[in-house]
Write a protein that binds this ligand. Sequence first.
Ligand code: HEC
Length: 120
Amino acid sequence: MRFKLFIFVLILTTCLFFGCGNSEETSSNTTQTQVTVTFNDISSRILQPKCVACHSSSQSSGGVDLSSYTSVMRVVIANSPNSSSLYRVTSSGSMPPGGPQLSASELQTIYQWISNGANR
Ligand code: HEC
């Protein structure tokens, strides 16, 4: 009898300390999707190294300047990545012209930034 009680208490305390079920897994997934992408990330990781050579204020190919937040917002519709030419031309592979195409994670970063409101 004593032994059964001991097992019961042991299971209970294990649950208290480590959590029962897969609640731990769920919370780590939530943290991952909550990472906020900022304009700074987009600019320093993608636009500056891969686009600004052809899209700056002095060299604005196709009238597109990707060197500042204000000018980038002319090719972005906040919350609508699929209607934003910034996302459309990169996901279709037409920019940068002659490749190499942006990686899946770079495209994902742009998509997420626009979906979350394209904040500065
Ligand atoms: C080698 C030069 C070059 C690079 C690098 C380049 N572009 Fe372009 N881009 C152009 C030219 C030229 C045009 C205008 C002609 C055209 O639409 O093909 C253009 C047009 C565009 C347009 C307007 C397209 C439209 O249909 O309205 C967007 C948006 C754009 N580029 C985004 C980007 C992005 C984002 C990058 C970086 C991932 C990039 N470009 C890299 C040369 C470049």
